[in-house]
Ligand binder design. Structure first.
Ligand SMILES: [Zn+2]
Length: 483
């Protein structure tokens, strides 16, 4: 059986889930559902990143222990994913003792290979970002990422010989590790410069995994976090690891593509492991034309959107509104017009119209398969293989518009007997197949369509024109017009 292992980044437990994290997780969920429909063995991993000085500080501010804080906050992520119908197989937390043990084992392996040495880190540190900043990265003496004050630090640290893997990494990226190409090119051009070794421990942070060779150091949060992709599979001896490694897709926002496509493969090579097959970097969202920020007050709460418009409509919008790689803008008015236009007029009305007639028709439903191929199955699979969910979803909705045109042209309300049976057959079979292709994107809508058609558990092999024998039930509209 084919296997498919997909991951989201583990989210920083101190942040609130927002449209960006929801977008990444929804994309991962769509892939996972698609590959399950193909009959593959799927492992979909998400989770939370729970160590570091920032958490220690924020727990102190709230009069809590770090563990209390991360226990509470990781639950919030789980609750949001439930609302958005995210079908993950495992939720990993970096405070899980099994993860901590795996990190220490991994470090021993890299140490034994001679890739860790003691040195001195000198530079700047942005506490809120937990990011080391070099002198020439400073912007007006401040953090280049957030513009806040940085602290000057000089401390003993252990380093990972990242530089040793430069040529190997370039080769892996040239062989197609990163999707899309524009991000691959950005990273390749950065790799033309010097690739410095990476400090992987910190002395001043106590809320972290102890460095096994020197307990006065904690493992740098990034090194710790990346290893979740292995520890979740019970590396090194787990059955899951044997089956699922290497990862098929690591999903990332483009800001962390460097960590996943340079540092992470180097770590794996150092430990004698295969690098991931693909790292997919997606674009970002602005909100009402502005960068999302707490101070503007335009942070989109995915739970609020799901409660107001339904999880499926929100999922649909995020995939439909912009090409997967590009940046795009979120607004509630755009979301509403997609619901009124495509979900209500194209999808919901079509099904209501066809089922109203079909419910009253008492003859045998059979016909000539003239709508066969209304959605090109191979093309759809190709879009998924190229990680182009935007085009995949558009292809499905082009198919829905073809059914609409067919029904409008044939005017079944004027037909009867054999002619009517033929039009109903074609429309109903096309709708049944549409439900299968909608499953990854809009799982509960797809399920509702299946209920109306009285069919169940359909997968990709069912997506061909067959006999139509079930009794249909029109029921309620899938979507209603919003004002
Ligand atoms: Zn910063």
């Amino acid at each position: 059986m084919e296997k498919f292992y997909i991951t989201t980044p583990i989210y920083y437990v101190n942040d609130k889930p927002h449209i960006g994290t929801a977008y990444t997780t929804i994309i991962a969920d769509i892939f996972a559902r698609w590959h399950r429909l193909l009959g593959e063995d799927v492992f979909f991993l998400t989770g939370t990143d729970e160590h570091g000085g920032k958490i220690e500080k924020s727990a102190r501010d709230k009069n809590k222990t770090p563990l209390e804080l991360v226990n509470e906050n990781s639950q919030k992520y789980k609750a949001v994913w439930e609302k958005l119908n995210i079908s993950y197989d495992k939720f990993i937390r970096t405070t899980d003792p099994l993860h901590e043990a795996a990190v220490q084992k991994f470090i021993k392996k890299v140490w034994d290979g001679g890739d860790i040495y003691k040195g001195e880190y000198e530079g700047f540190y942005c506490l809120p970002d937990e990011r080391y900043v070099t002198e020439n990265e400073l912007v007006d003496g401040k953090c280049p990422d957030c513009g806040r004050e940085v602290q000057k630090i000089k401390e003993e640290a252990y380093f990972f010989r990242l530089s040793r893997y430069k040529d190997a990494i370039i080769k892996i990226i040239e062989n197609g590790l990163i999707i899309p190409k524009k991000n691959a090119n950005e990273i390749l051009s950065r790799l033309k410069g010097e690739l410095k070794d990476l400090d992987i421990t910190r002395k001043s942070v106590s809320w972290g995994i102890k460095f096994p060779f020197d307990e006065s150091h904690s493992v740098y949060v990034w090194f710790d976090a990346l290893l979740n992709y292995l520890s979740a599979l019970d590396w090194p001896d787990g059955k899951l690891f044997n089956e699922f490694w290497p990862a098929d897709i690591h999903l990332v926002g483009k800001d962390i593509a460097w960590f996943h496509s340079v540092i992470w493969p180097a770590m794996l090579l150092s430990a004698g492991l295969e690098p991931p097959k693909r790292v997919m970097a997606h674009g970002w969202w602005t909100v009402d034309g502005k960068k999302m920020s707490k101070s503007i007050g335009n942070v989109v709460d995915p739970v609020e959107m799901a409660e107001k418009y339904g999880a499926d409509a929100f999922r649909y919008f995020l995939i439909r509104e912009k090409p997967t790689w590009d940046d795009g803008d979120f607004s509630e008015s755009a979301l509403k017009s997609r619901i009124n236009g495509e979900l209500m007029s194209d999808l919901s009305n079509l099904i209501a119209r066809v089922l109203t007639i079909a419910e009253k028709f008492s003859g045998k439903i059979e016909g000539n398969k003239e709508l066969e191929g209304f959605i090109d199955k191979n093309k759809l699979a190709e879009f998924f293989d190229n990680c182009d969910l935007y085009s995949a979803l558009n292809l499905v909705f082009d198919g829905i518009r073809r059914i609409n045109k067919y029904v409008n042209d044939k005017e079944p309300w004027k037909l009867k007997d054999g002619e009517l049976s033929n039009v109903l057959y074609n429309a109903l079979e096309a709708i049944r197949i549409t439900a299968i292709f909608l499953k990854p994107f809009m799982p509960s809508t797809a399920e509702k369509i299946e209920e109306k058609l009285n069919v169940k558990y359909q997968t990709i092999p069912d997506a061909d024109f067959k006999e139509f024998t079930s009794r249909v039930h029109r029921g309620e509209n899938l979507f209603n017009r919003l004002v």
